[in-house]
Ligand binder design. Structure first.
Ligand SMILES: *[C@@H]1O[C@H](CO)[C@@H](O)[C@H](O)[C@H]1NC(C)=O
Ligand SMILES: *[C@@H]1O[C@H](CO)[C@@H](O)[C@H](O)[C@H]1NC(C)=O
Ligand SMILES: *[C@@H]1O[C@H](CO)[C@@H](O)[C@H](O)[C@H]1NC(C)=O
Ligand SMILES: *[C@@H]1O[C@H](CO)[C@@H](O)[C@H](O)[C@H]1NC(C)=O
Ligand SMILES: *[C@@H]1O[C@H](CO)[C@@H](O)[C@H](O)[C@H]1NC(C)=O
Ligand SMILES: *[C@@H]1O[C@H](CO)[C@@H](O)[C@H](O)[C@H]1NC(C)=O
Ligand SMILES: *[C@@H]1O[C@H](CO)[C@@H](O)[C@H](O)[C@H]1NC(C)=O
Ligand SMILES: *[C@@H]1O[C@H](CO)[C@@H](O)[C@H](O)[C@H]1NC(C)=O
Length: 634
C-alpha cells in the first residue's frame, strides 16, 4: 500500500521513481509491488513492474519463459500453442534485456513505451552525425532529362506461406489461417475452406506469389529490374524456426523470383529471421545470432548483385552496388537496427549506431556524391513510421538532409499499405520549399491488409527521379479470383493527382518531386474527397473506412514525417490492441507486421499484472513473491 499512498502524494509514480526521494521505496516485495500497480496505468507503475520482471529474468530463461507463457495463456491473449511457441522464442531475448537494464533509465522508458504503451517516447538524445565534407553549396536535385523513361517494378511483403493448404479452414483462431492446425481445420473437415489463391485471413499461397510474378512478366515485359523491400516469411511466428526461414528465403530468391524476374534488388525484412525481429547488433554478446540469415540472403542475392556486394551483404544484410550500364547506385540497408520490436536493441547502453551502419551509409553516399552518381535507398521499415526509434530516425534524417541532392528517392515496405512519407529540411516549417526527399512505400502482396498488389515506377533514366507509378491489383472480390486471379491496373499516381496541383504535373517526363507530394498533402487537407480516395487506395479498395477528424489529421501528419519523432503517433496503454479489432473476433484482424506476442501479452496492463501474480505463485511459489525486487536504480 506504500506505493499507492505515494501516487497520491507525488501525483505520478514516474516522478517519484525518477527523483532522489525514490530511495524511500527502494525495496518492496514482489507481491506488494504487483498488488500496488495493478490499477496504476502510469509510466512509474511500468517501471516498478520491470523491477519484478528483472527479478524473474535473473532466475533464468526457463523460469522467465515458463511464467510469461502462463500469463499469456491465463490472460487469453492467444491460443495456448501460440503462447508457448512465441514466448519460448521471444522470451530469452527480453530476459537478456531485463537482466542488464537499469531502472529507471531511458532504455527502461523506451521498453515501457513499446511493450506496455505506458511511457511516452523519451526525447531524442542529441547526436551530430559526422560527414567527410560539408554539403556543396550548389548541391541540388537534377532536372528531368526528358529521355524515354524506364520501368522498374516494386514488390513488397510477399509473406509466402509454403504450408498454406487449399481447403483448410480460413476462419481459425490465430493471426494467420489456411493451415491444418487441428484435425477440424483440415481440408474436408471445415465449413470455411480456403480457396486456391489466398484469403484475407491468411498469408500468400505459393500460387499467388507465382501468379504475381507471371503478371509482372506479362504486364511489364520491358521492366529494367525489380526492387523487393522485404518480408518473405509468413506470420505464424510461434512456429517459425531457422529451418523454415532458410527454406522460405531460398524458395523465393533461388527458385521463384529467378524463374520470372530478370534482376531483383532485395532487402532484409523483420520477418526474415527466427525468432521474428531478432537481429542482434554485433556488439551484443549472445548465442542467438542471425548470421545464418545474412548467409542465406547473401547467397540468394549474389546472382543479381554480384559476389562483391554479396560479401558486404553477408555482414549484416546491407549492400551498395552500381546498377549495370547506368549511373544508378542501389544501397540496401537493414532497418531492423532501428526497429522497436527488435528487442536486442534495448541494451544498456543503447548504441547510437548499431553495427556502424549509419557510418557505412555516409561513406557510400559520400563516394556516390563525389562520383556524380544517383542513389536509390532501399529498406524495409519506413524510417518515419511509428515502428522506428526516434533516435535512429533522427540520425538517419541528418544523412538524408546532407545527401538529398544525390539520393533520388528511398523505397520501403513493411506497413502493407500504399502510402508515402516526405522528408523536410525543417520540420517546424513544412512547405513545398522545405520538402527534400520522398520515401515511396509499396503495399503488400499478402492479402492480410488488402488486395494483393505491386507497383511499377516510370523512371528518368538519367536522374533516376520518379516520374509516375502505376499500381496493379488482383481483386479478391472478383468471383473468378480463386480460379485465376486477374491482375489489372488500379491507378496511376500522376493520373490520380497530377492535375490537382497548380501548376498541373501531367507531362510524362515531369518528376513527382517532394514539393509535388507536399502540395498533394495540402490538397488532401482542402478537398476531402481526394483524401478519402487516397485512403481507399491504401488498402486497394479493401474494407475501406471513412477517415476524418483525428484520423485525417494524424494520417497527413504521418505522410509529412519521414523522421519518426514528427509522425504524431501517440503512445497509449493497450496501443498494441488497437492494431487489432477489439470489437469483434479480434484474432482474425490484421496484427501489426511483426508485432511480438510479448507486447500483446502486456498490452492490457491490469489483466497481465493480475495474471502475473497468479502465475508467479503457481510456478515459483511464495518464495518469489516474498522476494525484494529492485524498484529503483541502484
Ligand atoms: C537487483 O539488481 C542486482 C544488480 O543488478 C542483481 O544482482 C539482483 O539480482 C537484482 N535483484 C532482483 C530481485 O532482481
Ligand atoms: C558544383 O560546383 C562544383 C565546383 O564548381 C562542380 O564541379 C559541380 O559540378 C557543381 N555541381 C552541380 C550539381 O552543379
Ligand atoms: C467464422 O466463424 C464464426 C463462427 O465460428 C462465424 O460467426 C463467422 O461468420 C465466420 N466468419 C467468416 C468470415 O466466415
Ligand atoms: C478429419 O477429421 C476426422 C475425424 O475428426 C479425422 O479422423 C481426420 O484425420 C481429419 N482429416 C484430416 C485430413 O486431418
Ligand atoms: C522447424 O519447424 C518445422 C515446421 O514447423 C518442423 O517440422 C521442424 O522440426 C522444426 N525444426 C527444428 C530444428 O526445430
Ligand atoms: C525552421 O523553421 C522555423 C519556423 O519557421 C524557424 O523559426 C527556424 O529558424 C527554422 N530552423 C532552421 C534551422 O532553419
Ligand atoms: C506547390 O505549391 C506552391 C504554392 O503553394 C507552388 O508555388 C509550387 O509551384 C507548387 N509546386 C509543385 C511542384 O506543385
Ligand atoms: C473488386 O471487385 C468488387 C466486386 O466485383 C467490386 O465491387 C470492387 O469495386 C472491386 N474493387 C476494386 C478496387 O476494383
Amino acid at each position: 500500500m506504500l506505493l499507492l499512498r505515494w501516487i497520491t502524494a507525488a501525483g505520478l509514480l514516474g516522478v517519484a521513481f525518477a527523483s532522489p526521494e525514490g530511495e524511500l521505496v527502494k525495496k518492496s516485495t514482489v507481491s506488494d509491488i504487483l498488488s500496488d500497480i495493478e490499477n496504476a496505468f502510469t509510466c512509474g507503475a511500468c517501471e516498478a513492474l520491470l523491477g519484478v520482471l528483472q527479478g524473474l529474468a535473473h532466475l533464468g530463461n526457463d523460469a522467465f519463459v515458463d511464467v510469461i507463457t502462463d500469463v499469456c495463456v491465463l490472460a487469453s491473449v492467444e491460443d495456448k500453442d501460440v503462447c508457448e511457441g512465441a514466448i519460448s522464442r521471444e522470451g530469452p531475448i527480453l530476459a537478456h534485456d531485463l537482466r542488464n537494464m537499469h531502472i529507471p533509465s531511458k532504455t527502461a522508458t523506451l521498453f515501457c513505451s513499446t511493450v506496455f504503451g505506458l511511457c511516452d517516447s523519451p526525447d531524442v538524445t542529441e547526436h551530430t552525425v559526422e560527414f567527410p565534407s560539408a554539403k556543396p553549396s550548389n548541391a541540388s536535385r537534377p532536372s528531368p532529362s526528358g529521355e524515354t523513361p524506364i520501368q522498374v517494378v516494386h514488390i513488397s511483403d510477399i509473406h509466402v506461406d509454403l504450408s498454406y493448404e487449399t481447403g483448410a479452414n480460413y476462419n481459425c483462431t490465430k493471426n494467420i489461417c489456411c493451415r491444418p492446425y487441428t484435425e477440424s481445420d483440415a481440408p474436408g473437415n471445415t465449413s470455411f475452406p480456403a480457396g486456391g489463391y489466398g484469403n484475407s485471413n491468411c498469408d500468400s499461397p505459393l500460387t499467388l506469389e507465382e501468379s504475381m510474378y507471371g503478371a509482372i512478366e506479362h504486364l511489364v515485359p520491358d521492366a529494367s529490374f525489380t526492387i523487393f523491400t522485404g518480408d518473405v516469411v509468413e506470420g505464424a511466428v510461434w512456429l517459425v524456426n531457422e529451418t523454415e526461414v532458410t527454406n522460405d528465403l531460398n524458395d523465393a530468391y533461388k527458385t521463384r523470383m529467378p524463374s520470372y524476374l530478370n534482376k531483383v534488388y532485395g532487402v532484409v525484412g523483420n520477418h526474415d529471421a527466427a525468432p521474428v525481429n531478432s537481429f542482434p547488433p554485433a556488439a551484443i554478446d549472445t548465442t542467438i545470432d542471425s548470421q545464418w540469415v545474412y548467409d542465406t540472403l547473401s547467397s540468394g542475392w549474389s546472382q543479381w548483385i554480384g559476389s562483391e556486394a554479396a560479401t558486404t551483404a553477408d555482414n549484416y544484410g546491407s549492400y551498395s552496388v552500381k546498377h549495370p550500364g547506368s549511373n544508378l547506385r542501389i544501397i540496401s540497408f537493414n532497418t531492423n537496427f532501428y526497429y522497436k520490436e527488435n528487442f536486442w536493441l534495448y541494451e544498456e547502453t543503447m548504441e547510437t549506431d548499431p553495427n556502424s551502419q549509419l557510418r557505412w551509409l555516409v561513406t557510400e553516399l559520400s563516394a556516390a556524391e563525389a562520383a556524380g552518381e544517383r542513389v536509390w535507398l532501399l529498406g524495409h521499415m519506413p524510417m518515419g513510421s511509428g515502428d522506428a526509434f526516434h533516435d535512429g530516425s533522427n540520425y538517419f534524417n541528418q544523412i538524408i538532409q546532407r545527401y538529398d541532392a544525390t539520393i533520388a528517392a528511398a523505397f520501403y515496405g513493411h506497413t502493407h499499405k500504399d502510402e508515402f512519407e516526405i522528408s523536410y529540411s525543417n520540420y517546424t516549417d513544412q512547405n513545398a520549399n522545405t520538402a527534400t526527399m520522398m520515401s515511396y512505400i509499396a503495399p503488400a502482396l499478402t492479402p492480410t491488409s488488402g488486395n494483393p498488389t505491386f507497383r511499377v515506377y516510370s523512371v528518368d533514366p538519367v536522374t533516376f527521379g520518379i516520374l509516375d507509378f502505376t499500381v496493379y491489383i488482383a481483386n479478391m472480390s472478383n468471383p473468378a479470383y480463386q480460379s485465376n486471379p486477374k491482375w489489372e491496373k488500379y491507378y496511376s499516381a500522376k493520373e490520380a493527382y497530377g492535375s490537382l496541383v497548380e501548376p498541373a504535373i501531367t507531362d510524362s517526363a515531369a518528376e513527382l518531386t517532394p514539393a509535388f507530394w507536399h502540395n498533394i498533402t495540402a490538397v488532401f487537407e482542402k478537398e476531402d474527397s481526394v483524401f478519402q480516395d487516397y485512403i481507399a487506395r491504401k488498402t486497394r479498395g479493401w474494407k475501406v473506412e471513412l477517415c476524418s477528424g483525428d484520423c485525417k489529421t494524424e494520417e497527413i501528419c504521418q505522410l509529412r514525417a519521414a523522421e519518426s519523432q514528427y509522425n504524431c503517433v501517440t503512445i497509449s496503454p493497450g496501443i498494441n490492441f488497437k492494431k487489432r479489432d477489439t470489437t469483434s473476433t479480434a484474432k482474425h484482424q490484421e496484427s501489426a507486421c511483426g508485432q511480438s506476442t510479448i507486447t500483446a501479452v502486456f498490452a492490457d496492463f491490469q489483466r497481465s499484472v493480475s495474471a502475473l501474480k497468479s502465475s508467479a505463485l503457481t510456478k515459483l511459489g511464495s518464495d518469489f513473491l516474498d522476494k525484494t525486487a529492485n524498484t529503483t536504480s541502484s
